[in-house]
Every structure is written in C-alpha cells, then in structure tokens.
Design a protein. Structure first.
Length: 150
C-alpha cells in the first residue's frame, strides 16, 4: 500500500479490525519513510454489478457517480462526510442484496431520494430537481408542495 503523503511503497499495518458494517476490514497503517499514519479499508471483491441506464445501455456500477450526485446536492448543507458514506453504504447494501446482478438507474435514483429526504430536505429537492428533470417552475413547486404537506 502506497503512503498517501510521500508515495512510499513500504508501509506497515499497525492495527486491523472489522469495520462498522462487518463486511470490510479497517487497517491503520504507518509509512516506514515519513512516519505518517493513515487508514485503509479492505472489502471483498464481488462480481461486477451492472447498471441499466435510461437509454437501456449497461455499464458497471460506479460508487463515485452516485457519491458525486449526493455530494453536489449536499453542497453547503449541514451533512457530514460520514453521513454521506453511511447513506452510500445503505444504498449499496440494498441494491447488492437483490437477486438480480443488474439494476436500473431509476431504482438507484429513488433510493438516493428516499435517503436524502430523511437526511436533508434541501439536498433532496436539489437532487430531485436534476434527477426528475423538472421542466418548469410549476413542476418544481408541485414537488415542494408534497414536502410541505407531510
């Protein structure tokens, strides 16, 4: 494992333990050259999970794409990185535990919106406005109305 600070290849494991979800291992490492410490996570590699896009093409699931959408919608909101990572883990657990090894982007989008609605309503509206491709202000207001009625 390369040191993220100096790029040295020689690092040693100081501590290993199961991560919060018990499906990965958290390792504390120390660089032999600069002495700085950092954390890595080791996960079981699984079969590639395919995503079916709106145009019906398929591509491998990419966590960073989902994460980027969530991070954009939570910009300047009181949502921590830990909350975003926990949400991503929950979403992945739900889609990876289904029988199929393919999932439509609409399913992922709805899961993200459900989680964001519980976490931060402003982030939810931001995500929904892009995901649902609101065409005009009236459509946007209808979605806000649904939020206010609850």
């Amino acid at each position: 494992m390369k040191c993220p600070y100096c790029g040295e290849d020689d690092t040693k494991v100081i501590d290993s333990r199961p991560a919060d979800d018990n499906s990965s291992i958290r390792r504390r490492r120390q660089c032999e050259r600069c002495g700085k410490r950092f954390t890595t996570y080791e996960k079981l590699e699984t079969m590639p999970f395919m995503v079916i896009k709106k145009d019906r093409t398929r591509e491998p699931y990419n966590r960073s794409k989902v994460e980027a959408g969530i991070v954009r919608s939570c910009h300047k909101r009181p949502v921590s990185t830990q909350q975003i990572n926990a949400m991503l883990d929950e979403i992945e657990n739900e889609i990876f535990n289904c029988e199929d090894k393919e999932v439509e982007t609409t399913v992922i989008g709805e899961l993200v919106m459900d989680k964001l609605k519980k976490l931060d309503e402003v982030a939810y509206v931001r995500f929904a406005s892009v995901y649902r491709e609101f065409k005009d202000v009236n459509t946007f207001m209808e979605e806000l109305g649904k939020l206010l009625k609850k």
